[in-house]
Design a protein around this ligand. Structure first.
Ligand SMILES: [Cu+2]
Length: 129
């Protein structure tokens, strides 16, 4: 193998590892800790699976919350504000759904965790490619 091919192979391997891991962010939302994983890192234009794990202040998994993801882009020149909503489904310890980013750029992703009449939000911004 030439050096160039070895470097190319290494880059493919690193890219593959990054893809497998996805993007993971942990945030506080009220008394809960919310771990948000996006399947793609960086997120891509089109569909991106999202998984959310919620734990209470004691570190115990919260399995009966209503988790909704509001995401969008503020208005920009030549483009009105875009707002989307994804209702997640709880399965195997995670609240999962799919976000569909219609264009590249900076998107906000607000993960709303509702339980017992209260809603706490974990906010993040992602740079969609
Ligand atoms: Cu835009």
């Amino acid at each position: 193998m030439t050096k160039r091919i070895m470097i190319a192979a290494l880059l493919v391997l690193i890219a593959g590892m990054a893809y497998a891991k996805g993007m993971e962010v942990t945030k506080k939302a009220g008394g809960n800790t919310v771990t948000i994983t996006l399947r793609n890192d960086p997120p891509v234009t089109g569909e991106n699976a999202i998984a959310v794990i919620v734990k209470d202040a004691a570190g115990k998994a919260v399995t009966d919350a209503k988790v909704v993801v509001d995401y969008g882009m503020p208005a920009m020149p030549g483009m009105p504000a875009m707002k989307y909503k994804e209702d997640t489904a709880f399965k195997d310890g995670k609240y999962t759904g799919t976000l569909n980013f219609s264009m590249p750029g900076s998107w906000y992703v607000n993960v709303k965790v509702g339980k017992a009449g209260k809603t706490n939000t974990a906010k993040l911004n992602v740079d969609v490619r």
